[in-house]
Ligand binder design. Structure first.
Ligand SMILES: [Zn+2]
Length: 652
């Protein structure tokens, strides 16, 4: 019997479609014409047993080879096995950097850990049983104890543009929450939960192990998912509800579907209260916002909708419209550890019991996670290798959107275990320092080179490089070449790469095209280098020569990184001179002969170079002002305290 012909002939070939300008989205999650290649399509049926904390499921994956390579095997992510025991690469990395609060897996009881056991693997039509051929591999670090990548050899190779269907059955144990996934009480958040194909590329399978500080990567397709849960429980999921049936045995089956996404997550709990609200803004397509809220946060529904609307509006106007027609916001349960995470058409927010006005809880998390629909959802970069392409672009965009929306953003300190907040109305947080995480960046500025694959960053400094350094260099670029040019470059990148998998050079090329000049020297400094940026005024002297003064200002490059900076020199008679220094040499002296003395000199007076790790050496003056210095130092200390207390919580 010929396996190959029957398997491949049974499946229709779907042609790769050109970029679509507009698409209709309906309440069923169907998008026609397609926005993506739809080469990895999942039909899943899952049953949750809350008593045993298990999920029993089957999936049929219809996959098409859209590369120039021939596939001789399939590789799958089996993410939950990272939390099976303390010997997985994820857990070893978590211990190395103490990244996750859940690095205590070794101490957990079996019932609180996770696992996925694949019980059957079959090629479909005709049936070929491949169950016994599955094995685990560790392409990143060779850890033979890691079970997060499964390979299955194919009885026949799959050539370019050929397709196959494969059916997998598995049972999974739902953990007490690990890394935003699991169960607390009767609250379930189920993500990265099914055996998921890696991405076949021309160079072979791209299927990394699960690492403690990086995320995910997969192809686009159509998801059609049935979830069976106890009757009366509320359910939210990627896509929209297509069907609901009472099984007559105390359970309800929900069927959800969505086209043109690369992942599927869901949540269920008997406690959610459900709210919906429309998003409308100018010519942008309308979106129905669905909110699953914890009962104790019932009064905060409007703030959730308003914050999600900030992203739908600003990201939509700056980069391109949101095409799905619906978005689901999940308010995760207290201490579930599930807050602040993005999935296609769904994200988890994160609020507090007392959320005072004037502070951006819950707004900043919602704007960020909704924003991931653009950077991660629609533009599907490889989060294992280039995490900054989604997290960094999103951190930058979040800060910009919050500033543009005028949401008041004041320092908040929380007392009594975080329950009781106090808003400092006279301490306004800024986009540059707070949203862009300046202090987080400064602490880790030289610890990793951003062009290193993200999963190989040192665990504790990866956030500072991925989120903060990227946000700061994008904001530096905005201040240098202007927002209209940067916005044009980013929207061009979005239009070109939505529903595809770009690499960093694709982003750099889009920005270079928009700027109309070579920006590669800048990207060499901020992306391919790990050097410190630090410019300062080294010396300012005035010498009387007859009827005039000779003034000399020495500017210095204290760090190894290079960026062009301005120098502003102010004289006692009010004259001001601005110099443009290319910043290449280690120092440069500017001399003036004027009737008045030079009173002050300031390098980078407009704070274009936000990456400068030390602003206190940026200026010198001939008129000492001790009182001002004391005030400045106390403000810096307050800012340091503020940074430490607040920024860590916002890294999601
Ligand atoms: Zn994020």
């Amino acid at each position: 019997m010929s396996v190959r012909r029957a398997v491949f002939a049974a499946l229709p070939m779907i042609a790769l479609l050109p970029v679509i300008v507009s698409a209709q989205s309906t309440d069923t999650g169907v998008i026609d014409p397609p926005l993506s290649s739809r080469n990895a399509n999942y039909t899943i049926a899952a049953r949750l047993d809350p008593g045993a904390h298990t999920i029993t499921a089957t999936e049929t994956i219809r996959w098409r080879n859209i590369t120039r390579a021939t596939a001789t095997e399939l590789q799958f992510h089996v993410y939950w096995n990272a939390w099976r025991d303390s010997r997985s690469s994820y857990m070893r990395e978590a211990v190395l950097g103490a990244v996750r609060p859940n690095a205590d897996a070794a101490l957990r009881s079996e019932g609180d850990r996770a696992r996925i056991d694949v019980t059957a693997i079959h090629l479909v039509d005709p049936d070929v049983d491949l169950t016994a051929t599955q094995r685990f591999i560790a392409p990143d670090d060779g850890n033979t104890e890691d079970r997060t990548v499964m390979t299955v050899p194919l009885p026949r190779p799959v050539k370019p543009e050929e397709s196959l269907a494969i059916r997998i059955a598995w049972t999974a144990h739902v953990p007490r929450t690990f890394d935003r996934t699991g169960v607390v009480g009767s609250y379930y958040f189920i993500a990265q939960w099914f055996p998921k194909l890696g991405v076949l590329q021309d160079a072979g399978w791209n299927c990394h192990q699960f690492h403690s500080s990086t995320e995910f990567f997969s192809d686009y397709g159509t998801y059609d998912v049935e979830m069976t849960v106890p009757r009366g429980w509320i359910l939210g999921a990627t896509g929209v509800e297509r069907e609901r049936r009472d099984n007559g045995d105390g359970t309800t089956t929900y069927r959800y579907g969505q086209d043109d996404v690369h992942d599927f997550a869901w949540t269920t709990s008997p406690d959610y209260i459900v709210r919906t609200a429309p998003f409308r803004s100018g010519t942008l397509p309308p979106v129905t916002m669905r909110l699953l809220l914890q009962p104790e946060h019932a009064g905060q529904a409007e703030r959730h909708f308003a914050a999600a609307s900030i992203s739908l509006r600003h990201y939509g106007e700056w980069y391109g419209p949101y095409p799905y027609g619906h978005i689901t916001i999940i308010d995760s349960a207290f201490q579930s550890g599930a807050g602040g995470m993005e999935y296609p058409t769904l994200f988890t927010a994160g609020t507090r019991w007392i959320a005072p006005r004037g502070a951006t809880t819950p707004e900043s998390v919602i704007v960020h996670e909704a924003g991931h629909q653009w950077w991660y959802g629609m533009v599907g970069n490889n989060e294992f290798e280039d995490a900054w392409l989604d997290e960094g672009l999103n951190q930058f965009s979040e800060g910009r959107a919050i500033a543009a929306s005028g949401v008041p953003d004041h320092l908040v300190l929380r007392y009594f275990g975080g329950f009781v907040p106090y808003v400092f109305n006279d301490v306004v947080q800024t986009r540059e320092v707070d949203s862009n995480l300046l202090q987080v960046y400064r602490e880790v500025a030289t610890r990793d080179t951003p062009s290193t694959p993200s999963y190989r960053y040192f665990p504790t400094s990866s956030g500072g490089i991925t989120y903060a350094k990227t946000a700061l260099w994008l904001n530096t670029l905005e201040r240098w070449i202007g927002w209209p040019v940067l916005q044009r470059g980013m929207s061009d990148y979005f239009a070109t790469w939505k529903f595809r998998h770009p690499k960093p050079n694709d982003f750099f090329e889009a920005l270079t095209r928009a700027a109309g000049r070579d920006l590669m020297p800048f990207f060499d400094q901020v992306y391919r280098g790990s050097n410190r940026f630090d410019y300062g005024v080294d010396d300012l002297t005035n010498v009387r020569e007859g009827d005039h003064y000779r003034s000399v200002v020495v500017v210095r490059r204290f760090g190894d990184a290079i960026f062009p900076v301005d120098l502003l020199v102010t004289f006692t008679d009010g004259e001001r001179i601005t110099e443009h220094w290319d910043g290449v040499d280690r120092w440069k002296a500017y001399a003036y002969e004027r009737p008045a003395e030079a009173r002050s000199a300031e390098v980078d007076p407009n704070r274009v170079l936000l990456l400068d790790v030390n602003w206190t050496n940026n200026s010198k003056t001939t008129a000492p002002r001790g009182g001002i210095a004391a005030t400045k130092w106390s403000l810096m200390w307050l800012r340091w305290l503020e940074d430490h207390l607040l920024t860590w919580a916002s890294l999601a």
